[in-house]
Design a binder for this molecule. Structure first.
Ligand code: HEM
Length: 114
């Protein structure tokens, strides 16, 4: 298995992650109305900045979630699916970083939002 090293890898990871999210019984409903053609590249840009130092993400991630009624259990499910998607397709330093960072960010979001 390979590590996450290019923008294509990041886009691949996020696309596969959203395939899982959209079908999820617990949190899938949050994503049904989004325009995925614009949303997925925005999320990929966010992760490309964290994982491969590629600038491009200009949004405010916290604001994007503030209006959603997110519970602690929703964050736990989001993280579980994200980590499973990473483990299914990638292995290495950046794959581990993606898991660490997502855990930290989810924890921060939980304490601010839910
Ligand atoms: C309970 C868990 C979560 C749910 C249900 C959720 C759902 C959503 C939804 C519906 C949006 C679109 C908001 C909009 O465009 O109005 C969004 C945006 C986004 N989410 Fe999440 N999210 C969750 C957790 C996370 C976590 C933990 C991260 C990062 C570690 C994250 C990263 C992002 C990013 C980068 C965007 C794009 C924001 C933008 O458009 O600038 N999300 N999320």
């Amino acid at each position: 298995m390979k590590d996450i090293t290019t923008y294509e890898d990041v886009l691949d990871l996020i696309t596969r992650f959203y395939e899982k999210l959209l079908l999820d019984e617990q949190i899938g409903h949050f994503f049904q109305e989004l325009n995925l053609n614009t949303h997925i590249p925005r999320v990929a840009d966010f992760w490309a900045f964290i994982l491969i130092d590629q600038p491009g993400y200009t949004g405010n991630m916290m604001d994007a979630h503030a209006r959603l009624a997110l519970k602690d259990a929703d964050f736990d499910q989001w993280l579980l699916l994200f980590h499973h998607t990473i483990d299914d397709h990638f292995y290495g330093e950046k794959a581990a970083l993606a898991k660490d960072r997502s855990t930290l960010i989810a924890w921060t979001m939980k304490s601010k939002i839910s």
